[in-house]
Design a protein around this ligand. Structure first.
Ligand code: GDP
Length: 465
C-alpha cells in the first residue's frame, strides 16, 4: 500500500493561520459519496468527545482537536448537503441508508485545533480550519475528454465504443434512428431531440444493465441544475471519413449544441473545480465492478483513466494548463471495504493503487501528492470465519437490509492487480446491501468506519499540524 504519510512541510507553512480548505468529494453514482460525507462530518463533529474513533488521524490522536462545529449554510449559490437528514437516517430505528443526490452540494465545518510543532508549542496558540466539503458527481469529471475534442472526434470515439461489446445490443434503437436521420440530412430540432432521448436511454441501460462507467456526456445521466435543458439535446453522429458538418444539416445542428454545451456548462464547471478546490477524494466502487464482470471492470478502468487525465500532475496537468488548478492532494479510495474481511481489504487497497498507477503518478507529481486506499465510510460488518467445503475461510458478518438474521458472507478473493481472464470464471456472489449500524444523532460516538481516519489524515493532516 502506498502509505498515507504525514507531510511535515505543512508544519512550517500552514501554521497558526486560520485557513479555509476546500475538499472535493467525487465518484460515480453509487460509489459512496453520501455515506462518506455523512461519516466524515459526523466523525469530525464527534472527534473532540470521542477521539478513539479516529486513531490514525493525528490531530485527534494527539488530542489537539479542541472544538468542531457545523457551519450554517450562508449565501453560497451551492445547495447545502442534507447532513441532518443523512444523520437522522442512520439514527432511525432501524437505521437506513441516506438518499444520495445527483447534484452539487456543500457542507461547511469549523475545526478549532492546537497546532503541533515548534511554532505551535512556542506560542501556545490555537488555530481554526474552515473546511468546505463539496460533493459533485464523478460523471461530470468524465467530461474532460469531450472538452478537449472536436464534435467529430468525440462522435467517432463514442460510436466506436457503442458498436462493440456489451454496449452494442443496447445501442440498437438509437443507431437505427441515426441511420434514418444521417449526418447530412436536413437539421431538424425535433429529430435531434428524439436522437438525444434515445442516446440517453442507451447510456442509462449501459449503467443499470451492464454496470458500465464510461458514459459520456456525464450530465446526460446526472444533469444537475441546468437552466436550459435544450443545451443537452444532442448526441454523437457518424460522419463519413474526412466529411465536415454541412451547414443546415443534422450534424451541424448537433455540433453547434455540443460546442455550446462545452462552453457554457462543462468549461465553467472545470474552472470552478480548478480554482475552488484544494484537495480531492475520488471514491471508486471497485468491488461492484469486479462483481459485475470483465466488461464492467474494464469500463471502470477507462473511466478512471479519463478522471486521472485531469490529475496528470507536474506542471503540465490539463487542469492547470486550462484553468490554473491548485489541487495538491488527491486520494483514490476503493469504497465499501467492509464487504470483505481484513486480508482482502489489503488486496483491495493494492488493486486500487494499481488501477490508478499510483507510483507513476507520484513520479510525475511536481507539486501534488497522490495515494490510494480502501475504506468503508460506514462499517456494517465485522470479520469472522466460516467453514466452506471443509476449508476455513475468512468472512464478514452483517445484517442484510430488511432481514432478521445476520449472515456470514464469503466474498471471494480480491485480486491485487487487474485480474487475468481465468479470474472471471469464479465471479463473486452478489454483494448484499448490509443494514448500516445505528448511531446517536448528537455528535458523541461518531460512526464506525474502516480507514476513514487514515484518509482524513492524508487529506487534512498537514493543515492541522
Ligand atoms: P453516492 O451516489 O456516491 O452518493 O453513493 P451513496 O453514498 O449513496 O452509496 C450508495 C450505496 O452504497 C448506499 O446506499 C449503501 O448501500 C452502499 N454504501 C455506501 N458506503 C458504504 C459503506 O461504507 N459500507 C457498505 N457496506 N455499504 C456502503
Amino acid at each position: 500500500m502506498p502509505s498515507l504519510q504525514f507531510d511535515r512541510l505543512g508544519t512550517l507553512t500552514g501554521l497558526l493561520r486560520d485557513r479555509t480548505v476546500r475538499l472535493a468529494v467525487t465518484g460515480l453514482s453509487g460509489s459512496g459519496k453520501t455515506a462518506f460525507i455523512t461519516s466524515l462530518v459526523h466523525n469530525l463533529l464527534s472527534a473532540v468527545g470521542h477521539p478513539a474513533r479516529l486513531p490514525f488521524f493525528r490531530a485527534t490522536a494527539e488530542r489537539r482537536m479542541l472544538a468542531s462545529r457545523l457551519d450554517l449554510p450562508g449565501a453560497e449559490p451551492i445547495a447545502p448537503f442534507p447532513i441532518h437528514d443523512a444523520i437522522a437516517a442512520l439514527a432511525a430505528d432501524p437505521p437506513y441508508w441516506p438518499a444520495s443526490t445527483t447534484d452539487l452540494r456543500r457542507a461547511g465545518l469549523t475545526l478549532c485545533f492546537a497546532p503541533a510543532g515548534f511554532l505551535g508549542r512556542a506560542t501556545g496558540g490555537t488555530a481554526e480550519l474552515h473546511l468546505e466539503i463539496l460533493y459533485y458527481p464523478g460523471e461530470w469529471q468524465l467530461e474532460l475528454s469531450p472538452l478537449g475534442q472536436t464534435y467529430r472526434d468525440w462522435s467517432r470515439a463514442t460510436l466506436e465504443r457503442a458498436r462493440c461489446g456489451a454496449r452494442a445490443p443496447l445501442a440498437r434503437d438509437w443507431l437505427d434512428f441515426l441511420a434514418r436521420h444521417p449526418a447530412d440530412s436536413a437539421g431538424d430540432a425535433e429529430a435531434a431531440q428524439r436522437a438525444h432521448i434515445l442516446y440517453r436511454s442507451f447510456l442509462s441501460a449501459c449503467r443499470t444493465q451492464e454496470q458500465l462507467s464510461l458514459l459520456q456526456p456525464g450530465r446526460f445521466l446526472n444533469p444537475g441544475q441546468i437552466a436550459d435543458p435544450s443545451l443537452l439535446w444532442f448526441c454523437p453522429m457518424p460522419f463519413a471519413i474526412g466529411a465536415h458538418a454541412r451547414e443546415g444539416s443534422m450534424a451541424a445542428l448537433m455540433e453547434a449544441r455540443f460546442d455550446v454545451y462545452k462552453r457554457t456548462v462543462v468549461q465553467p464547471f472545470f474552472t470552478q473545480l480548478a480554482r475552488g478546490v484544494d484537495r480531492q477524494i475520488v471514491l471508486v466502487d471497485v468491488l461492484r465492478a469486479l462483481n459485475a464482470g470483465p466488461a464492467a471492470f474494464a469500463d471502470q478502468r477507462l473511466a478512471l483513466e479519463t478522471i486521472l487525465a485531469a490529475f496528470r500532475f507536474g506542471r503540465r496537468t490539463i487542469l492547470r494548463l486550462l484553468f490554473g488548478a491548485r489541487i495538491d492532494r488527491v486520494l483514490f479510495a476503493a469504497t465499501k471495504a467492509d464487504h470483505v474481511p481484513a486480508l482482502q481489504r489489503d488486496h483491495l487497497e493494492a488493486l486500487m493503487a494499481n488501477l490508478v498507477a499510483v507510483p507513476t503518478l507520484r513520479a510525475e507529481a511536481a507539486h501534488a501528492r497522490v495515494a490510494a486506499t480502501a475504506l468503508a465510510s460506514i462499517r456494517c460488518t465485522e470479520d469472522g470465519t466460516d467453514v466452506i467445503d471443509g476449508r476455513k475461510v475468512d468472512v464478514v458478518i452483517g445484517l442484510p437490509e430488511g432481514s432478521e438474521r445476520r449472515i456470514r458472507f464469503f466474498p471471494g478473493i480480491v485480486p491485487v492487480s487487474p485480474p487475468p481472464k481465468g479470474f472471471w470464471g469464479e465471479r463473486f456472489t452478489e454483494f448484499p446491501v448490509f443494514q448500516p449500524p445505528r448511531i446517536t444523532p448528537a455528535a458523541a460516538d461518531g460512526v464506525p468506519h474502516i480507514n476513514l481516519d487514515k484518509a482524513i489524515d492524508f487529506l487534512l493532516g498537514d493543515i492541522l499540524a
